[in-house]
Design a binder for this molecule. Structure first.
Ligand code: MEV
Length: 434
């Protein structure tokens, strides 16, 4: 069917939107499908619809628990929102293994956030440098209505610097702001400061600089690259403790593991997949807390390229019979503000985690990321990932093939020691159904 542009879609009611879409795709039961995923409580449904625009239904993802993470001597049962089979099992296995070996040691190095006012100025940096102290003072004073509350919580603007980027783009300069936002991720606070700061900058240039012609503010926005909002998390044990993890000797396992990590350090293709395995865990925790996982991903990948080539976010040290595995990753997380207290399940996640501070949450997310990566690399260098993956995926295949409960039970038993694939399961079911 030919698609047409939809006029004033956002002005339609939810039912009108559904009807317009239904006509467009000629799917007669569209309304039944989308409405079957509306919340039975209209108040709850309204809440979800108010998070976004043009909402016609809810898209469900499983809310799972990876139990028994020992992080800095505290036990956490960690909620993870993820659809990929075996991620939660992998995190849980790793959590169990490491909880019996001292757990995860994690610390937050800094929670510094950044934002910029990007502007064009054709008359050289000197003019700005000469008046910079006065400019900074005016900006700080003008922002006090916004910063006052944050300062009471111990945060605020911690520095403003003038940066000259004119050698990279003609006449380009920045005011780089550093922020401390305490328990908030701080995006709204930061962007409000920057936009109001830009107004003050504009006024300052027009009123106090000679020859302001050509001055242009291009944009004011936080940076999702926060390389100093950093958490470092590691696990450590004696090499002999690795004996049970594969059919190899503990020493051979450790050496293979080290080589696998070195490959991810030198080969961007492998590094991307290696880091994806880390984000399997981190994204799932970040999502379950209502934080912005796109920001965390963007920042992590930029950091993985900080030396000019995309590389592993983990590092390994094998020394004096010890195996130490470390993840160093920046992430800007909040435990107040945004969706954290609005989304009922995000709120619940924070409760299950014992209402952590934002730094504690960084430690938890990093530990789960490291746990998932450890499990993935362990599997890759020993039995491979498909055996475990496909076992977990069996249920999805059975659902795709409309297996009944009885058929599912029989299939799970049958495939216990056999290779799971779509065609094998299909053949098995057709024989069973005869
Ligand atoms: C799959 O979601 C993640 C892995 O590919 C990660 C890795 O290769 O390290 C298993």
């Amino acid at each position: 069917m030919k698609k047409e542009f939809l006029k004033s879609f956002s002005k339609l009611t939810k039912n009108e939107k559904i009807e317009v879409l239904r006509k467009g795709i000629a799917k007669s039961d569209l309304k039944e499908i989308v409405s079957s995923y509306w919340h039975s409580n209209p108040g709850h449904q309204k809440l979800f619809e108010e998070f976004s625009e043009n909402t016609i239904s809810n898209f469900y993802l499983p809310y799972n628990i990876a139990p028994n993470f020992l992080i800095n001597k505290t036990i956490y049962h960690v909620p993870m929102v993820i659809e990929e089979s075996s991620v939660v099992a992998a995190a849980s296995n790793s959590a169990k293994f490491w909880s019996e070996r001292g757990g995860f040691q994690s610390s937050v190095i800094s929670t510094k956030k950044l934002g910029h006012i990007h502007f064009i100025w054709p008359n050289g940096i000197k003019v700005f440098e000469n008046k910079f102290t006065a400019l900074k003072q005016e900006i700080i004073t003008s922002l006090s209505p916004i910063t006052e509350k944050m300062e009471k919580r111990g945060g605020g603007i911690t520095s403003i610097k003038l940066k000259d980027l004119s050698d990279q783009l003609k006449n380009l300069y920045q005011l780089e702001f550093e922020f401390e936002t305490k328990e908030a991720m701080g995006a709204n606070f930061i962007n409000s400061c920057l936009e109001m700061g830009a107004e003050t900058l504009n006024k300052f240039v027009v009123e106090k600089l000679n020859n302001p012609d050509g001055f242009k503010i291009i944009m004011s926005i936080l940076s999702n690259y926060t390389p100093e909002c950093l958490v470092k998390c590691s696990v450590e044990t004696e090499i002999k403790e690795l004996e049970t993890l594969s059919d190899f000797s503990a020493q051979e396992f450790a050496e293979r593991f080290e080589t696998a990590v070195r490959i991810a350090q030198v080969d961007p293709h492998r590094a991307t997949t290696h880091n994806k395995g880390i984000f399997n865990g981190i994204d799932a925790v970040v999502l379950s807390t209502g934080n912005d996982f796109r920001a965390v991903e963007a920042c992590g990948h930029a950091y993985a390229s900080k030396n000019g080539s995309y590389s592993s976010l983990t590092n390994i040290e094998i020394k004096n019979d010890k195996f130490k595995y470390t993840l160093t990753i920046p992430m800007a997380l909040g435990t107040i503000g945004g969706l954290t207290s609005l989304h009922p399940l995000a709120k619940l996640t924070l409760e299950i985690l014992g209402n952590p501070s934002s730094s504690e949450l960084m430690n938890i997310a990093a530990s789960v990321g490291l746990a998932n990566n450890f499990s993935a690399v362990r599997a890759l260098i020993s039995k491979g990932i498909q055996a475990g993956h496909m076992k977990m995926h069996l249920n999805n295949i059975l659902n795709q093939l409309n297996a009944t409960t009885v058929e599912k039970t029989a299939a799970i038993k049958y495939f216990y020691d056999k290779t799971v694939s779509y065609s094998n399961v299909k053949t098995y079911l057709s024989v069973l159904r005869k």
